[in-house]
Design a protein around this ligand. Structure first.
Ligand code: WTA
Length: 634
């Protein structure tokens, strides 16, 4: 289970008295007590911060656990709270979204304007026959239309499935097919690192492998020529410009049950087919709204920037829904952090007066390597709070971020959570003292623990499996089309406990230290990839008989992919084939999945039942003791 950074010396960083005097939650322990003493009362109070068409009758229904239900009987729609309630107030004039393209284009949307675009596009979707419950695949660059498409889908009660724009043909194909989407929303392309990513071309290739969905909507963004298939493919701007009678600026928000699905989001697991994590309208909005306003101390005048991509849960919860639920102003940037120079991010923080920056350890490590001169050239004094997510942050990167970006005055909220949890689970509240590398304590109402193989809590400071012992409103409800896998993956190792798939330690102050994944998930640069999905991408190449992939520590990426490949007869190992395989993985899965290293081997260590022992490969690669190999066949 040894992977990830070394535990830091436990030194505390305390927030300043100035900072403390203005925090939303001055007494974190009191909030924690409130939630522990009366979990349902606590979440009911938080739910009342939002609007409902009709109130719930039951806060939490555990009668069919682990299929928990929240705010049962309540009627709502997340768009009621993300847009509708704001445009009725002065907030209609507030900026909801500020966007900058990699080429420097700027677009802004007030709540009024965002709502108008969402209504128009919702009407477009309706005109295409999309109805409540239908799935819509969104495969986009990081542009405002991604947000508009997600909200429009939710508004009419359909279910979005956003596929990260960095994924490629096979990943996209599998997700379109499994979701049985009726429509795909994409763009001609996106900009990344000065190059264009040709998304529509990837969609075309993916659709050759599957029974085509009825329609493809294409946003013109790069302006490059793309293939448009008559009767199937439509330009977004043309649909949006149709006569007002058909595309009115008004669109009623669909009244949803609290437990109706809002979205599915595919994430990697232990089999080749990624699992579609299902979230609902009611509980998700409550959890995301409460955690964002508490943990990031969100205020009316803040300018919030979450650097994630909408294609991952971080983007769903904290680029799209969280900030809009809170009525905040959010900044979104399309491209690479270092384009054209390594100060692009710092320049934009100064230009837009960003006050809260939420990013990843990989990004911090990547920018750190260019030195302090780049941030020092900019006035970063608008920043008041920082955040980190996606992978453990090594104390060195934490301290660099704290000193050079936060100028020693911005607390760093290290938030541990998952696609499955929907919202922050272990994260500080800003009034707390921090330890670099630790996400501190569970969010109020969350009971976490670290247990051994038998489910018994381990001693202070010892490593074990991270589990959660209470339900929370933004929790996943099931795996779409596979409820058995939901029970098996998360709730069967220890009855009554949610198994996170991470190993962790808890120190004498009750602070949690996440060590890393203990299952078949690899976190490359914070991106979640599955070994099985990667291995099947390898096997789809004609030269590969068998493949095994593992994650090994990497200075910038945190973890990088190493692959071991057995070739079919007649293929010669060598540099040319390594390059060809890397290209193949990039084409099938996407650039993020490209392995760091590929080694050709004559055999792979397996159990008697034929399961590849990745643990052994990992131990060997790191020159460590291979542990108990008694079940090993070869
Ligand atoms: C890892 C991302 C350490 C962890 C929101 C988890 C973290 C997985 C942290 C979920 C953190 C996330 N410190 N590790 N602050 N945040 N992780 O579904 O291994 O993409 O299980 O959700 O990321 O990844 P996912």
């Amino acid at each position: 289970m040894n992977e990830g950074p070394i535990q830091a010396p436990a030194e505390f960083y305390h927030p300043s008295t100035d900072f403390l005097s203005q925090v939303n939650i001055p007494d974190p322990d009191a909030l924690r007590r409130e939630a522990t003493d009366d979990l349902e009362g606590y979440w009911a109070r938080r739910a009342k911060e939002l609007e409902w068409y009709a109130p719930w009758t039951t806060v939490l229904d555990s009668s069919n656990a682990p299929f928990f239900q929240w705010f049962v009987g309540g009627k709502t729609n997340i768009v009621l709270n993300a847009l509708d309630r704001h445009v009725k107030t002065w907030k209609r004039n507030k900026l909801a979204l500020i966007w900058e393209g990699e080429n420097g284009d700027v677009r802004t949307f007030s709540y009024h304007a965002l709502n108008r675009e969402v209504c128009k596009f919702a009407n477009v979707l309706k005109s295409m026959g999309i109805m409540k419950g239908d799935r819509v695949t969104i495969y986009m660059p990081r542009i405002p239309e991604t947000v508009i498409a997600m909200l429009a889908t939710a508004k009419i009660g359909a279910v979005h499935s956003v596929v990260y724009g960095g994924f490629s043909v096979e990943s996209l194909h599998g997700r379109i097919e499994d979701s049985e989407s009726k429509v795909i929303i994409t763009a001609d392309g996106g900009y990344m690192n000065g190059k264009t990513v040709e998304l529509k071309k990837i969609v075309d290739e993916a659709l050759q492998r599957t029974a085509a969905p009825e329609n493809v909507v294409v946003v013109r963004h790069t302006g490059k020529d793309v293939n448009m298939e008559a009767g199937r493919d439509y330009w977004y701007h043309e649909l949006m410009a149709l006569p007002l009678t058909r595309n009115s600026l008004k669109c009623e928000t669909e009244v949803m049950d609290a437990e109706d699905p809002l979205f599915i989001l595919y994430t990697s697991g232990t089999t080749g087919l990624p699992k579609a994590i299902l979230h609902t309208h009611g509980g998700y909005q409550v959890g995301v709204h409460a955690t964002l306003t508490d943990v990031f101390d969100l205020k009316e005048e803040d300018r919030w920037w979450c650097t994630a991509d909408p294609g991952w849960i971080t983007g769903h919860s904290y680029i799209v829904y969280g900030p809009l639920l809170a009525g905040a102003t959010s900044f979104m940037y399309e491209g690479a952090p270092t384009f054209p120079y390594p100060d692009r991010w710092w320049a934009m923080i100064e230009k837009y007066g960003i006050s809260i920056l939420y990013t990843t350890p990989t990004a911090i490590r990547g920018l750190m390597r260019f030195g302090e001169a780049w941030p020092n050239r900019h006035d970063l004094s608008s920043l008041r709070l920082l955040g980190s997510v996606g992978e453990p942050i090594n104390p060195e990167a934490w301290k660099w971020f704290h000193k050079n970006i936060g100028k020693n005055k911005c607390p760093i909220m290290d938030t541990w959570w998952q696609t499955e949890t929907g919202m922050f689970m272990i994260a500080p509240l800003p009034a707390m003292s921090l330890k670099p590398g630790s996400g501190s304590k569970p969010y109020p109402g969350v009971i976490a623990d670290v247990v051994d193989e038998e489910g018994v809590p381990v001693k202070t400071g010892e490593e074990g499996f991270l589990v959660l012992k209470t339900p929370w409103p933004a929790m996943m409800r099931t795996i779409y089309k596979d409820p058995e896998r939901y029970v098996k993956s998360y709730w069967s190792k220890y009855p009554g406990m949610y198994l996170a798939g991470d190993s962790a330690r808890r120190d004498k102050d009750g602070y949690y230290w996440i060590i890393g994944r203990v299952d078949d998930v690899i976190k490359v640069s914070g991106y979640r990839l599955g070994t099985a999905e990667l291995e099947s991408a390898f096997i789809s190449h004609p030269s590969v008989a068998e493949a095994a992939v593992i994650g090994l520590p990497h200075e910038i990426k945190g973890i990088a992919i190493h692959a071991y490949v057995i070739l079919k007869n007649g293929y010669t190992p060598g540099e040319a084939l390594v390059e060809e395989l890397k290209h193949h993985i990039g084409h099938e899965m996407g650039p993020i999945a490209k392995p760091e290293k590929i080694e050709f081997v004559p055999s792979l260590p397996k159990t008697r039942s034929g399961k590849i022992m990745r643990r052994v490969l990992k131990a060997r690669a790191q020159g460590m003791h291979e542990g108990d190999l008694s079940t090993l066949e070869d």
